[in-house]
Design a protein around this ligand. Structure first.
Ligand code: ADP
Ligand code: MG
Length: 474
């Protein structure tokens, strides 16, 4: 295997450095091994951003910040300050770390763990050097600005709402609740609000994921410091909670959140929430909280259409200073349709490949490197495509597919689309449920069984669905 370390480009290096500075962490490496430094930075920066998303800020600070990382001969070597620390880290996060690395390196690198007691001292000094990215309390990505967000039909409304809130916090829409499927830009927009506000006014902005909020509360309860937890949140001008669905079925967290919400709202402070489902579809949540979520502006964000996907890709390549031939951009935008994050993953992989091998990115190279994402050269049907085709066929709006509407005119096409999603894609029932506005997998199963049975009894329907299948398989 070629050394991954040897050929990471200057741009990647710079990009990662910036990112690492924001994270307040340094990849600690063998001094003088400049090339290795770039590779470790690159890998670690990617891992950092994914891990932080997954474990939440406080767990991240506790478990990942004290680590050092080195990339050597196809291995990513993670060192922890003590044996005890290492064991606990592995117990909690080894599986996740392996998964993340696999995703980042496309399976090219393996993960190893060791102890490095010299880190123990550094960890203490580092801890004091608290990082304050901008003046936001919480982790925000400085690249997730409004300027870097591409507006298209699918996100225009949501984007406008976020813009308005960032210019006029507490006054425009309160709360602002945005929702949509994974990788469609919700976190990006929330970050943009936080960044814009701290850059333009002396406001105290707190950014939390639902998970981080929950963990903070649990720690406060454990340490009997709930009062100071409350006090902390009462002083906030703008409270942004991402992935608020995490508090589903967590009653104590909901209760605390409810009070925080009310206090802030009554005081005219801005609240912004993002979730993967609409307030209506939020099941395991107290009614009073749901009605609060619904009381301001609710804006949804849809998967981008082809033109927007292409524009996003262009914007990302410009930011990363990567050259991507038109036909490769078109290949990615036409085949990776489900979400933007995946599209970025494809771009990252191509860039890494180019750095590794020096091979320019041609259409053929892209097809080869991305083959598992494109699933060969055949046409792969995605859930959005199915929804669009079925909505079009039955003359309803595709938005209604993902809505909670129960009217038969909408419910039946939706069941057909769920059935086709099950039979034409490799998605699991929960994933399909997700694609239909966060429905339960049993709902999907019910739809699949029902349509299957109806096809057997009703030749006209059978014919209808066969036509749809043919159209989708192309
Ligand atoms: P979500 O929070 O909805 O799951 P993210 O905000 O994390 O999604 O977006 C995933 C990735 O896609 C991010 O890197 C983000 O910058 C990018 N992205 C999504 N939508 C857009 C857009 N309209 N313009 C530019 N980048 C976008
Ligand atoms: Mg998100």
């Amino acid at each position: 295997m070629p050394s991954f370390a040897a050929s990471i480009s200057e741009q990647d290096h710079r990009f990662c450095r910036e990112r690492l500075q924001v994270e307040g962490m340094q990849a600690k490496l063998d001094p003088g091994v400049e090339e290795q430094m770039t590779a470790a930075d690159w890998i670690w920066a990617q891992m950092v951003s994914m891990l932080q998303d997954k474990v939440g800020t406080s767990a991240f600070d506790a478990w990942f910040r004290p680590l050092s990382v080195k990339v050597d001969d196809g291995r990513v070597i993670v060192a922890a300050p003590s044996r005890f620390f290492l064991e606990e880290l592995q117990r909690r996060y080894e599986d996740l770390m392996r998964k993340v690395l696999e995703e980042v390196s496309g399976g090219e690198l393996v993960l190893e763990f060791r102890v490095d007691s010299s880190l123990a001292k550094e960890t203490r000094t580092q801890a004091k050097r608290e990082t304050t990215p901008g003046r936001v309390d919480g982790h925000v990505d400085p690249r997730f600005t409004f300027e870097n967000f591409v507006v298209g039909e699918s996100n225009r409304f949501c984007h406008a709402a976020c813009e308005a809130v960032s210019r006029n916090p507490g006054k425009a829409y309160n709360p602002l609740y945005i929702y949509g499927g994974v990788g469609l830009g919700k976190t990006h927009l929330l970050n943009a609000i936080a960044l814009r506000i701290v850059h333009t006014m002396p406001a105290k902005v707190v950014y939390r994921t639902g998970e981080a909020f929950t963990n903070e509360l649990i720690e406060a309860i454990r340490g009997q410091s709930v009062e100071s937890f409350r006090e902390r949140y009462r002083q906030v001008d703008v409270l942004i909670v991402d992935d608020v669905q995490f508090i589903e079925r967590k009653e104590r967290t909901q209760e605390e959140f409810f009070h925080t919400f009310n206090e802030l709202h009554a005081a005219g402070r801005q609240i912004v929430l993002a979730s993967d489902r609409s307030p209506l579809e939020f099941r395991g949540i107290a009614e009073r909280l749901r009605s609060r979520f619904n009381s301001g502006l609710v804006a949804d964000i849809q998967p981008p259409d082809y033109e927007t996907r292409l524009a996003i890709l262009r914007s990302k390549t410009r930011i990363a200073e990567v050259e991507l031939p038109d036909e490769v951009a078109e290949l990615i935008a036409s085949q990776i349709t489900s979400n933007v994050r995946e599209m970025e993953g494809a771009l990252t992989r191509l860039t890494a490949h180019m750095s590794l091998t020096g091979e320019p990115i041609t259409l053929e190279v892209a097809r080869r490197v991305l083959r598992d994402m494109l699933r060969g050269h055949e046409h792969v049907v995605g859930i959005e495509e199915i929804q669009e085709a079925v909505a079009d066929f039955y003359g309803i709006h595709v938005r209604e597919m993902r809505s909670g509407k129960r009217a038969r005119a909408v419910a039946f096409p939706r069941q057909v689309a769920m059935y086709l999603a099950k039979t034409l894609t490799t998605l699991s029932l929960p994933e399909i449920g997700q694609g239909f506005g966060g429905r339960h997998h049993t709902t999907v199963l019910h739809a699949v069984q029902k349509i299957e049975a109806m096809r057997k009894e009703n030749p006209a329907l059978d014919e209808e669905i066969s036509r749809l299948e043919a159209r989708l398989r192309r």
